[in-house]
Design a protein around this ligand. Sequence first.
Ligand SMILES: Cc1ncc(COP(=O)(O)O)c(C=O)c1O
Length: 401
Amino acid sequence: MHPLQHYFDTIEDMKKKGLYTPIRVLESAQGPWITIDGKKVLNFCSNNYLGFAQDRRLVSAVVKAVKKYGIGAGAVRPISGNMTLHMEAEKALAKLKGAEAAFLLPGGFIANIVAVATIVGKEDIVISDELNHASIIDAIKLAQVKTKFIYKHNDMAELELRLKEAVAAAKTPKSDGQKPVILVVSDGVFSMDGDIAPLPRIVALAKKYGAITMVDDAHGEGVLGDGRGIAAHFSLHGKLDIEVGTLSKAFGVLGGVITGKKELIEYYRQKGRPYLFSTGLTVADCAAVIEGVKILTKSKSLVKTLWSNAAYLKKELEKAGFNTGVTQTPITPVMLGDENLAKEFSKRLYERGVFATPIKFPMVAMGKARIRVMPSAVHTKKDIDYGVAAFVAVGKELKVI
Ligand SMILES: Cc1ncc(COP(=O)(O)O)c(C=O)c1O
C-alpha cells in the first residue's frame, strides 16, 4: 500500500459527499463573460469587482512597464529585487488608504501571515472573530499563540468579555520581561457572507482595554469608502493599527499589502519572514495597481456602478424568493444549506450558461453551502437579468423557491 493511500482515499470520499471541487479552466480573459470548455458563459463568481483584471487602461500600463522594466524582480527585495515600481505602488496604496506607509507582499494570504506572526508570538494574546478568513486562522497557528480567544461572529459583548480575560492574562509578563501584546483581529467584509464588521466598536473596545487592532480589508478595497476601503467607510483613518489588503480582488492582479504607521511598516520590512525570504512582486502587479489607484482616485463611477449592480441583483434574487443571508456589500450569497444541493445547483446553472461555483465546506461550515454570486461594475443590467433568470429556473427545478 502507498504510504499516502489514506489521502488518495479521502479524495474518493470527498467526491461521494459532494465536497470535491472540480476546477474549471478559463480559456479567455476574466470579465463578465468568459469562455470555459469552448463555451461562452456569464461569470457570476469572480472577485474582479471593478473589471480591472481585463481593463484596457491597466493592460496598457502593464505593457508599458514591462517594456521598460522587464517582468520580474529577480530576487527578494532586501537583496536586489527592490524596484522603483514597488516603492511607487506602496506610496500609491498608502495614499489611497489614508495610511502613513504601505508594504507589499506576494499575496493577501501571506500579508495576513506576516501581519500577525511577525508581531505576536507564543506568549502574546490574540482575539479573533470566528468567521475570519483562513489566512488569519493560519497566521495565528503559525504564531503558536497559546492564549487565543475566538469570539462569536461580530458579537461585541463577547469581544468585551474576552478583552477583560485578555487583560487579566496579560498581567503576567513574557519571559523577556515585556508585556504581552493583545491583538484583536477581524475581517472587514466577511468574504462568504458579505456582512461588515462593526469596526468603530471594535476599535473603541480595543482602545479601552489597551489592545491593538488589525482588519483584513481584502473585500473592502475598491468597494467600500468610494473604493478606498473600510477605514474610509467608517472614517477610522489613523485609528486602526494594522490594515491588510490584497491586490488580487478589486485590483485584478496578485499581491498583498499591509498599511499602518511608518514605524510598524519599518518593523515588518526588517522582520517579516515572507518579505525577507520570498521574491518581490512582478512588474505587472505593481504597474497594474499604480494605474488602478489612479483610476479609483480620479473617478467614483466604477464603484458606484458596482453598488447599483449589486443592489439590483439582490433585489431581483430576493423578489424571486432566494435567501441572500446577511450581506451588506456586493457579495451576494444564495443560501442553499446542503453541499450536494449547492453542487447540483451550480451544475445546472452552468448548463444554462452561468458560471457560479458552489461554496461549501471547508470554505464555510458544513450544512451552510451556498452559491456566492459576485456582481461587478462591468456587468450590464442585461447580464444580471440573464443570470437571475437562470437562478430562477434552477431554483424552481430543485424546489429551492
Ligand atoms: C478576506 C480575505 N483575506 C485574504 C484573502 C487572500 O488574498 P489573496 O488572494 O491575495 O492571497 C482572501 C482571498 O480569498 C480573502 O477573501
